[in-house]
Design a protein around this ligand. Structure first.
Ligand SMILES: NC(=O)c1ccc[n+]([C@@H]2O[C@H](COP(=O)([O-])OP(=O)(O)OC[C@H]3O[C@@H](n4cnc5c(N)ncnc54)[C@H](OP(=O)(O)O)[C@@H]3O)[C@@H](O)[C@H]2O)c1
Length: 250
């Protein structure tokens, strides 16, 4: 089935989920503007698959993001689809709280999205259509161990997506939030704890594309982990905190 988009912008496209998304979309005929900091990896990706063009940028730099986005619009027009996927995972226990790590997580995972949104919304509104997908995580549902830097940044993304979905519909824009569980990528390669129901990056990308074609608000997977964590989200605090401490003794 033909995809509903002719052009797409993906951030965090040099490795992992973003790279797989770029490859799968381009193989299905979408022209993909691929961004990340690693120029060499983006060049290799463009050589690997026709239809992918690299636009290196650090998403934490608002002026650089605005400039790169201007170039993308000049080259391929306002994209039909934008997947704001760039992210970092810095495991951090509350007992070793490090404000710098918290700042980096917030600045890539949340403000990196904010920097891209400003020019994106403006051009998509002018065009009267567009689909924006924000990549958060199931770790944004509730406070989880080791995630003192990561979880708050992803909770902020989920909240932002809800507001955007509500308010941009009248401008003709669709907004989705993507909440993956564990996916095999460079991000999870160093994790030494168990990662239940982990899936491959190409599987994650296929699920994301399928969900986006259906205009889903939330695209979350795998269902087993999502169900467990969604149940945890509706538990009263006392019960949730007791269970979380039981399963994660300090
Ligand atoms: N893997 C999982 O289990 C999992 C689970 C839930 C959510 N997620 C989310 O899924 C997204 C993709 O993660 P992944 O697993 O595919 O990890 P990954 O392989 O480490 O990819 C992260 C991507 O973000 C880019 N990036 C990092 N900092 C950047 C910056 N300052 N400016 C521009 N690009 C930057 C990286 O490229 P450069 O280093 O070249 O800049 C890379 O392309 C992230 O938002 C992550 O939080 C992943």
């Amino acid at each position: 089935m033909a995809l509903p988009w002719k052009t797409a912008w993906i951030t965090g496209a040099s490795t992992g989920i973003g790279r797989e998304l770029a490859l799968q979309l381009a193989r299905q005929g979408v022209i993909v503007a691929a961004s990340a900091r690693s120029r060499d990896k983006l060049e290799a990706l463009s050589h690997e698959q026709a239809g992918i063009i690299g636009y290196p940028v650090d998403v934490t730099d608002p002026a650089a993001v605005a400039e790169v986005y201007r170039r993308i619009v000049d080259d391929i027009g306002s994209p039909d689809l934008a997947i704001l996927n760039a992210g970092v995972w810095h495991p951090m226990k509350a007992s070793g709280y490090d404000a710098q790590r918290a700042a980096v997580s917030m600045s890539v995972n949340y403000l990196g999205i904010a920097n891209a949104l400003e020019p994106l919304i403006a051009t998509m509104k002018d065009k009267g259509r567009g689909h924006i997908a924000l990549v958060a995580s199931v770790a944004g549902y509730r406070g989880l161990p080791m995630a003192a830097a990561y979880a708050p940044s992803k909770a902020a993304v989920i909240s932002l997506a809800e507001v955007l979905r509500l308010e941009l519909a009248s401008d003709g824009l669709t907004v989705s939030v993507i909440n993956p569980g564990f996916v095999e990528t460079p991000m999870t390669a160093e994790n030494s704890f168990p990662m239940p129901f982990i899936i491959k990056a190409n599987d994650a990308a296929s699920r994301i594309i399928r969900g986006l074609t259906r205009n889903r608000f939330e695209i979350a997977f795998p269902w087993q982990l999502v169900t467990l964590l969604k149940l945890a989200r509706i538990l009263p605090y006392r019960l949730y905190l007791w269970l979380a401490r039981l399963t994660n003794p300090q």
